[in-house]
Design a protein around this ligand. Structure first.
Ligand SMILES: Cc1cc2nc3c(=O)[nH]c(=O)nc-3n(C[C@H](O)[C@H](O)[C@H](O)COP(=O)(O)OP(=O)(O)OC[C@H]3O[C@@H](n4cnc5c(N)ncnc54)[C@H](O)[C@@H]3O)c2cc1C
Length: 293
C-alpha cells in the first residue's frame, strides 16, 4: 500500500499556501467521515491529507447578524442541533440534523465536508439550497462567494479550485410569513443515507393563502445531484394554496424528476414518495406560518 502523508498546518494562511504550491494530489480533510471510508474502499487515493480540523477558532461558528446566518465550515451537525437559531422558521436544519447518521457521526461530521462531498445522499445540500445559501471559498489570493446551486456541478464535482478551501456557508434568514421543512426516507431509522430527501421553504403573502415564494430542492431532479425543482417552484409562486393546487404541484414535480432505480429503491417508488413529501412539507409549512401569524 502506498504511503499517505498527513499535514496539519499551524494556521489557515499556511494551509492555503500549502495547497497553492504543494502536491496536486492533496485532499483537505475535516473530520474524515466521508473521505476516509472512500479511501478505504479505494474510490479516491490522495497522497497528502491537509488536516484543517484544528482551525476551530476560524471555521467553527454559527452566527446571525443583520438578518444573515453564517455557518463556519467546521460547524458540526451536533452544533446545528444544539443551536436555538433553528427552533422556528429555520427548523428544517434541525429536522435534517436529527435524521443525520447517528450521534457519533453527528458529533464530528461538518457542514463544509457535507457540501464538498457533493453527492445526492448528503442532507445539508438541499436544506441549504432552499435557503438560497452562498458558499465562501478562500485561497491565498483572496476569497470569492458563489451560490451553492452553482457550487455543485455534478456528482462528487464542485466548482472549488484546487487552491481553495470552503470556509463558510451563509444565507438570509427567512422574512415575513415563511417557514421551512425537511423530509428524508431511508431503509432504516438511523444511520441512513437518503433514498429520497426533500426540502421546502414556503413564504406566503399577508392573506396567508397565496404563495409568495416556494423553493423546493431534492436529491435528484434532473440527474444524480441535488437541485431545485424549478418547474414546481414556478408553478406554486402566486397561486392560492388549496388541495387542488397541491395536487397539481405534485404532478409538476413528478414531471420534472429524473429518477433511477438502484439497490436502495425503484424510480417509481422514489417518485411516489417525493410527491407525498411535497404535500406533507407544504401542509407543515403553511400550518406553522398560520399558527405564528
Ligand atoms: C456512518 C456514517 C453515516 C453517515 N450518515 C450521513 C447522513 O445521514 N447524512 C449525510 O448527509 N451524510 C452522512 N454521512 C456522510 C458524512 O458523514 C457527511 O458527508 C459529513 O458531513 C462529511 O463531513 P466531514 O467533516 O467528515 O468531511 P470529510 O470526510 O473530512 O470531507 C469530505 C469531503 O469534503 C472535502 N472537504 C471537507 N471539508 C472541506 C473544506 N472546508 N474545504 C474544502 N474541502 C473540504 C474533503 O476533501 C472530502 O472530499 C455519513 C457517514 C458515515 C460514515
Amino acid at each position: 500500500m502506498s504511503s499517505i502523508e498527513l499535514y496539519s498546518p499551524p494556521d489557515m494562511g499556511d494551509a492555503l499556501r500549502f495547497i497553492e504550491h504543494g502536491d496536486k494530489n492533496v485532499a483537505v480533510i475535516a473530520s474524515g467521515t466521508d473521505l476516509l471510508p472512500r479511501m478505504r474502499r479505494r474510490l479516491t487515493a490522495p497522497t497528502v491529507l491537509l488536516d484543517i480540523s484544528s482551525f476551530t477558532e476560524d471555521l467553527k461558528y454559527i452566527s446571525q447578524s443583520g438578518g444573515v446566518v453564517r455557518l463556519g465550515a467546521l460547524t458540526t451537525v451536533t452544533d446545528l442541533l444544539e443551536s436555538p437559531l433553528f427552533d422556528a422558521e429555520l427548523s428544517l436544519i434541525k429536522e435534517a440534523a436529527q435524521l443525520f447518521g447517528a450521534p457519533q457521526v453527528r458529533n464530528v461530521a461538518t457542514v463544509g465536508g457535507n457540501i464538498c462531498s457533493a453527492t445526492s445522499s448528503e442532507d445539508m445540500i438541499p436544506v441549504l439550497m432552499v435557503l438560497g445559501a452562498n458558499v465562501k471559498l478562500v485561497s491565498s489570493k483572496g476569497e470569492r462567494v458563489i451560490p451553492l446551486r452553482d457550487f455543485i456541478v455534478g456528482k462528487r464535482a464542485t466548482a472549488m479550485r484546487q487552491s481553495e478551501i470552503l470556509s463558510e456557508v451563509s444565507f438570509d434568514a427567512p422574512r415575513g410569513h415563511a417557514w421551512t421543512a425537511y423530509e428524508k426516507l431511508g431503509r432504516r431509522n438511523m444511520l441512513i443515507l437518503s433514498l429520497v430527501n426533500e426540502a421546502l421553504l414556503l413564504s406566503l403573502e399577508d392573506d396567508l393563502e397565496t404563495v409568495r415564494l416556494a423553493r423546493v430542492a431534492l436529491n435528484r431532479v434532473a440527474g444524480k445531484v441535488p437541485a431545485h425543482a424549478i418547474k414546481t417552484e414556478e408553478f406554486l409562486a402566486g397561486r392560492k394554496l388549496s388541495e387542488e393546487t397541491i395536487s397539481q404541484a405534485q404532478k409538476v414535480l413528478a414531471s420534472e424528476l429524473s429518477l433511477t432505480s438502484d439497490f436502495r429503491g425503484s424510480a417509481a417508488y422514489r417518485k411516489e414518495v417525493e410527491e407525498v413529501y411535497l404535500k406533507r412539507l407544504i401542509q407543515r409549512c403553511s400550518s406553522r406560518i398560520r399558527g405564528q401569524a
